[in-house]
Every structure is written in C-alpha cells, then in structure tokens.
Design a binder for this molecule. Structure first.
Ligand code: V47
Length: 364
C-alpha cells in the first residue's frame, strides 16, 4: 500500500501521518484536490485507527426541534421560517415534554434539541424546556442549543455567555451540539447568512463553554458556494481553538441539501465530495477525538463506507429529524439500533453504543 500512496504523490503526507505530525494547509489543499479517493481515504483511515482502533460509535438519541421560527433566515436553510409563515411552528414546554414521554419505553441516552433564533420566546422558556425534559426523563443527557442560540440567549437574558451557560446547566443542559458553524469565512457568511453570529463569535462561545467544562461539537456545512481554501480555513480555526481548549468532542461535516432553500441552483453533494470532506477533516483535525458520518445527510450506505475513510461515529437513531428533511433529504426519519449495529458490523468495525461524552455503554 505504501508504494500505491507514493505513486499517488502522497509520500510526504504519509510520513507525517505515520509520525503523528501536523498537516499544513498546503497538505490539506493537496488532499482536497487529489483525484484518488482511495489514497486519501487510506491516509485518513490510518489516523482513524490510531485514535479509535476498530471501534465505530453510535448513540441512542432523540431529536427535538422546538421551533423553526427564525430571524436569521439563512439562504442555505429550508427549516427556518418567519413568524406567521404557514410552515412556522413552535412547541410549548408541555409539547416538548410530550415528545419525550412518547418515547419513554426506548433506552434513549441523549436528547438533541435545537431551533431557530426566535424573535420573542423569553429566556425562561429555554430553562423550562430543559427542566421539563429532565422531569420526564431525569437520566437523559441534553445536548442542546448551538453556539449561535447560546449567544442569542445571552442577549435575551441581558447577561454574559458565562452566566447564561451556568443558568442553562443548572436547568439540565449537558453539552452543546455543533450546528451554526456553517463556514466561518466572512465572505460565505455575508453571502449566505449575513444576520447570523459571525464565525469569530461562534468560536468565542465555544471557547467560553469549554472553559466552563462543557463539551461541544463542531460542524461545517459544505457543498454550496465555499471554496476549498475556505473549508481549510474553517478546519484550521477549529484546530487552533481545540489546541487552546481541548473541549471539542466530535466534528461533523454536513452535506448541503438545496431543496426549498434560497440556493436551489446548487445540486446536492456527491459521494466522492462527502467522503473527501470526511477524510480531509480526519487528517486536518488531528486534535479532534471523533469524526461523525451523519447518516441523515449522506445516507446510511455512504456513512457505512465512511467508517473506512476517517469516520468513527455514525451519530444515532435520531428520529424525527426536521432540518435536513425540509431541505429534501430522502433518508429515513430514524434508524433502529439493530440497523446501526448491522451497518457497522458489515463495514468490518466493532459497534460501540456510547453516551454523549463517549463513555462506552455496550459493545457488540
Ligand atoms: O446548524 C441547515 C445545517 C445544522 C441545511 O453536534 C443544513 O452532533 C444541510 O448541526 N443542508 C443542524 N445542512 C444539524 C447539526 C447537527 C446534526 C447532527 C449532529 C450534530 C452534533 C449536529 O444543519 C445547522 C446547519 O449548519 N443545515 N440547512 C441544509 N439545507
């Protein structure tokens, strides 16, 4: 295999990967532009196995999108709606509790809860939502509110991000999901989501969360108008932040779905683009413990293949995913844990059921 990698012109990167040396932006550019996905995937698989051996993680989780009413109205998003729009909705705390109650017979470990930037829900709603979930399901880990939502909640409460996070943690918050990062480049934000918290603000909230001992994830929305260099700048900013704090758990590349968005002239991503993003992020983010292949966005079959191209986590059972499905995702709304186990086993990996913080709950 080494000869194959050398013939592909990737010998110096192979040597760095074997030695655990950091790759440069220039290396990242060569990898993104490389036509041989097998060679790039092979390199990513070395790092994947150095960090996680043969294990492939999944979680028993539930998604709750409490409201899609949003003042940001990003061009790539089909989920966010203006108040009054026919498709706009918002759940009461009682409705959120009912969603949790509906699935009490399932061994759910994590509730993933995000929404839009709502113009007038009070801060107390978010605290009550967390407390309500904990009332119904006391042991569940709540991974909720992106860095963008946290920044909004701090403004709403008229207090610091630190104090806001303290209040949310007291009410039941366990960690933050990785959404809202999009692509940090000011050019991309100006063109696609000008009202959203800038990339620097997103990173600042993540840092504050990490300093308070909260773990968070990070994402990158790729496959629209971003360039390869803008992707690499995004990865580099995450890598530098992780050097400072060590608080990120997983990176999740998110494949852009164009349907019902304001960017419908773009077609969806291809399998090779999806695998490249997983492989290059595994190689560049040498200080991130985990890379997720989010099956909702790339499909369970490609997510299975991605387990040999850098990814070590398939996310989870999910159920009732709304954000990607409003943008045309044709994947299922949920996967049973037996299906996840089978997908992982047939990929030649060991299925590991985890909790949010990657404590092992069961191996198969
Ligand atoms: O923040 C919006 C993105 C994110 C579209 O942390 C879109 O473990 C594709 O962040 N096509 C929400 N993506 C999802 C998310 C997530 C999912 C799973 C696990 C975790 C985690 C995080 O989806 C949004 C935005 O970046 N998004 N519109 C679209 N049309």
């Amino acid at each position: 295999m080494d000869t194959y990698i050398e013939q592909a012109g990737l010998k110096s990167i192979l040597q760095k990967v074997r030695a655990g040396e950091r790759l440069t932006i220039e290396d990242g550019r060569s990898l993104y532009n490389h036509p041989n996905i097998l060679a790039v995937g092979y390199l990513a698989n070395i790092v994947r196995e150095q960090k996680n051996g043969n294990q492939a993680f999944f979680i028993y989780n539930q998604h709750i999108n409490y409201s899609n009413i949003c003042t940001n109205l990003c061009k790539f998003c089909a989920f966010g709606k203006e108040k009054g729009d026919a498709l706009a909705y918002e759940m009461s705390v009682e409705e959120i509790k009912a969603k949790v109650r509906e699935r009490l017979d399932e061994p759910i470990n994590e509730i993933h809860m995000v929404g839009g930037i709502h113009p007038d829900l009070p801060f107390s709603y978010y605290l009550d939502a967390l407390r309500g979930i904990k009332e119904v399901r006391p042991d569940v880990h709540i991974q909720a509110f992106t860095c963008v939502e946290i920044h909004h909640l701090a403004q709403l409460a008229g207090q610091s991000v630190q104090q806001t996070l303290n209040d949310l943690v007291d009410a039941g918050l366990g960690s933050l999901p990785g959404g809202g990062a999009e692509v940090f480049s000011p050019r991309i934000r100006q063109a696609t989501c000008e009202r959203k918290l800038p990339g620097t603000g997103w990173l600042e909230v993540a840092k504050i969360a990490h300093q308070q001992g909260l773990r968070t994830n990070a994402t990158m929305l790729y496959g629209h108008i971003e360039t390869i260099d803008e992707r690499l700048e995004h990865l580099d900013a995450l890598r530098r932040t992780q050097d400072e704090t060590g608080g990120f758990l997983a990176f999740i590349p998110l494949a852009f779905h164009p349907k019902n968005t304001q960017l419908t002239e773009h077609s969806g991503t291809t399998g090779i683009n999806d695998l490249k993003n997983i492989a290059v992020s595994r190689l560049m983010l040498d200080n991130f413990p985990h890379i997720k292949a989010y099956w909702v966005m790339i499909g369970p079959k490609l997510a299975q293949v991605a387990l040999s191209f850098g990814a070590d986590d398939m996310d989870g059972t999910v159920k009732e995913e709304v954000i990607t499905h409003m943008a045309g995702a044709e994947t299922a709304q949920a996967l049973g844990h037996k299906t996840l186990i089978r997908l992982i086993q047939e990929a030649g990996r060991q299925p590991v059921q985890r909790d949010t913080l990657y404590n092992i709950l069961a191996t198969y």
